[in-house]
Design a protein around this ligand. Structure first.
Ligand SMILES: Nc1ncnc2c1ncn2[C@@H]1O[C@H](COP(=O)(O)OP(=O)(O)OP(=O)(O)O)[C@@H](O)[C@H]1O
Ligand code: SF4
Ligand SMILES: [Mg+2]
Length: 318
């Protein structure tokens, strides 16, 4: 399989008045061509910071401290900014958290997509309009609606417009950062179905960021689990479901209802995520881990291979 994005040893900190927030610590993963990778984790665990670091969208006081993010032979973390701007939209594109609220209320949705195409590509206006109509249809919105304004759409439709916008310049990689949060369950399912369909139709590589483990395991080929700024497990969906290795992954799965087993008793993980200013020495999961050992309080577990395609950072079983 071709790797379209390889992230290695990414560290990102926020330099706040109260201290340094170690938001992303030594995160490594890759994305394969045509796959959908789910990036899962509790609120504040660093998912958006990973993406903002890769896309160079991080704002002050955030700073990438070290690492690499290689796409098409270019290290996104170190390439000149004008090169990154050329890659955004055309090669890698993001549907941000609450993307639908970012639509311009005084411009028709069609004009907004046309404008994005014309800004990044040398095509005629007629070609841009044709592509806009195609993109709207592909996300399930009749092409005639390109002349409507955002307020004339429902939340789910606006979110689908935001997806069409992310696809405007035919990128290879699309990152969806909680792009269905805030929608009702049915609309969420419809928007996710659109993303899954696009993956197949356009051979897209997708990173789907979410808190929703059942949804991610239902549609993603592989899953990466973050906890308190660290990647703790990374596996194919089947490996994760059949043989979760990290106590946090096991806890998440135990807390998840199972549609095929309605008698399952769901147990939540006791405790809370540690502060990322001055996180605990050693393993960051130690305060909540049922299997914590002395060495977990002294040493940081490094990511190790369990089997082909399955990695975990935990001392257990190593
Ligand atoms: N601008 C900022 N200044 C200081 N700290 C920040 C800033 N942005 C994020 N952080 C901190 O970095 C950590 C990671 O935040 P991030 O937004 O990446 O989490 P997330 O996993 O995307 O959460 P959510 O699921 O809520 O979107 C958190 O502890 C957060 O408080
Ligand atoms: S390294 Fe130790 S504390 Fe961390 S998850 Fe593994 S057993 Fe638990
Ligand atoms: Mg986020």
């Amino acid at each position: 399989m071709d790797k379209v994005l390889v992230v290695e040893n990414l560290h990102t900190h926020f330099f706040t008045e109260n201290g340094v927030v170690e938001a992303v610590e030594d995160v490594s993963f890759h994305l394969e061509k045509g796959e959908m990778l789910g990036l899962i984790g509790e609120s504040g665990c660093g998912k958006t910071t990973v993406i903002q670091s890769i896309l160079r969208l991080l704002e002050y006081p955030g700073k990438v401290m070290k690492g690499k993010a290689v796409m098409n032979g270019i290290d996104l973390l170190h390439a000149p900014m004008d090169q990154i701007e050329k890659l955004r939209w055309k090669t890698i594109s993001v549907i941000p958290q609450s993307a639908m609220n970012a639509l311009n209320p005084v411009m028709t949705v069609g004009d907004q997509i046309v404008e994005a195409i014309l800004l990044h590509e040398e095509v005629t206006k007629d070609e841009a309009i044709k592509r806009t109509e195609y993109l709207l249809e592909i996300v399930g919105i009749p092409k005639q609606r390109r002349k409507s304004y955002p307020h004339e759409f429902s939340g789910g439709m606006k979110q689908r417009v935001a997806i069409a916008m992310a696809l405007a310049c035919q990128p290879q990689i699309v990152i969806s950062d909680e792009s269905t949060t805030g929608l009702d369950v049915l609309t969420q399912a419809q928007v996710i179905a659109v993303i899954k369909d696009l993956q197949k139709k356009m051979d897209l590589s997708i990173i789907l960021i979410s808190h929703d483990l059942p949804m991610v395991t239902a549609i993603c080929e592989r899953v990466a689990i973050m906890y308190a700024g660290k990647l703790v497990e990374w596996a194919t969906t089947q490996q994760l479901l059949n043989n979760p290795q990290h106590p946090y992954s096991q806890g998440l799965l135990a807390a998840t209802p199972d549609i095929n087993n309605l008698d399952k008793v769901c147990k939540s993980i006791p405790g809370t995520v540690p502060m990322l200013i001055d996180p605990p020495k050693g393993c960051r999961f130690q305060t909540r881990c049922p299997s914590v050992m002395d060495k977990c309080k002294q040493q940081v577990p490094v990511m190790r291979k369990v089997q082909e395609g399955h990695y975990v950072s935990c001392f257990l079983g190593g």
